[in-house]
Design a binder for this molecule. Structure first.
Ligand code: IPD
Ligand code: CA
Length: 332
């Protein structure tokens, strides 16, 4: 765990507050869905593009969470998706101070289409390390949570990853074969040959194609999934349902809580972009504001490898197949 000015007792107390807040915010999301089912109202506004949208619910839930945090912890900083969206700057604003990083509604497009993969996502970050994560997907009544050194949990009862007896399964020896590969199309839809969308699709093809196909890059993964919520992609990786998550373009509030939970469950998070030599260059830690993430599920040892070795091998096998993405921003 990162060195912080917080004692474990203080973190435990903040965690209890965050879980309660996540549940209440999730109930607000569900109440809004119920109202919509009742009156058919489905209004949203466009932000940066026609696929980047905001509803009144995003705004209401963010202001509820912000007020609750400011009342309880006035000295902490707050960064929320909707507050940030209103400013013109796209700078990375998190510094070493204790900060709450909140997405009031991740999966807004899903929410407006009544596709159940939406959630509230709340992270508590100190010194750039997400120490507490709470994700609540109210339609499924799934609460994912973690506090540094206390493990990661589903509905506060089942420890993550779900399969852990007699031990957490290693990653397949021929990964990415036999893996579920999770990824997102994202919001950069520019139809230019070298743009992010084309680079992503080429990467998806490499991961999916038959082994030996695509000039030896075919990954023949078991399946490719896109939930439409980066936060839930990470939670499902922590559960062990997804083996690999690769994405570029999402923001810190899309990933902070999910990263806290995945790391506490034993996952690995690094950058989406392959280094010069994907097979030998060091595997750097993720950077929260980078907008580029590759996550690998928790893994136990096999007879030939530690769990960490199998995660690193999988990172390299992904890097070997994906294209570099471009999401630059000031302050990173
Ligand atoms: C989006 C979702 C999506 C990811 C985008 C995010 P929103 O968040 O997490 O899966 O691909 O990058 O912006 O707009 O639903 O809160
Ligand atoms: Ca989001």
């Amino acid at each position: 765990m990162a060195v912080t000015e917080f004692s474990q007792d203080q973190l435990d107390e903040i965690y209890i507050f965050a879980v309660d807040l996540g549940r209440k915010a999730g109930e607000m999301l569900l109440a809004s869905i119920e109202r919509r089912i009742g009156d058919g109202d489905n209004q949203f506004e466009e932000k940066d593009s026609s696929v980047d949208i905001v509803t009144q619910t995003d705004e209401d839930v963010e202001s509820f969470i912000k007020t609750a945090i400011q009342n309880k912890y006035p000295a902490h900083k707050f960064l929320g998706e909707e507050t940030y969206a209103k400013s013109q700057s796209r700078e990375y604003l998190i510094d070493k101070h204790p900060t709450w990083c909140v997405d009031p509604l991740d999966g807004t497009v899903n929410f407006t289409h009544l596709f159940p993969m939406f959630c509230v996502s709340i992270a508590f970050i100190v010194n750039h390390s997400p120490l507490i994560g709470v994700i609540y997907a109210p339609f499924q009544d799934q609460l994912f949570s973690s506090c540094a050194n206390r493990g990661a949990w589903l509905n506060e009862k089942r420890r993550l990853p779900l399969i852990r007896n007699p031990s957490i399964p290693p990653l397949p020896s021929n990964a990415p074969r036999q893996c579920i590969f999770s990824c997102e199309w994202g919001k950069d839809r520019r139809d230019v040959p070298d743009g992010n969308m084309h680079r992503k699709v080429e990467s998806f093809l490499n991961m999916a194609a038959e082994a030996g196909g695509r000039d030896g890059r075919g990954g023949m993964v078991h399946g490719v999934r896109s939930l439409g919520s980066a936060t839930l992609d990470l939670a499902y990786t922590a559960m062990g349902s997804f083996d690999i998550w690769w994405e570029g373009g999402c923001w810190e509030w899309d990933v902070a809580a999910g990263i806290a939970i995945l790391l506490e469950a034993g996952g690995l998070v690094t950058t989406a972009n392959p280094p010069k030599d994907p097979m030998t260059d060091p595997i750097e830690d993720f950077r929260l504001g980078s907008r580029l993430y590759l996550a690998i599920r928790p893994a136990g040892p096999s007879s030939t490898e530690t769990g960490r070795q199998s995660q690193e091998r999988t990172v390299r096998e992904v890097w070997r197949r994906v294209h570099e993405l471009e999401y630059t921003r000031p302050g990173v």
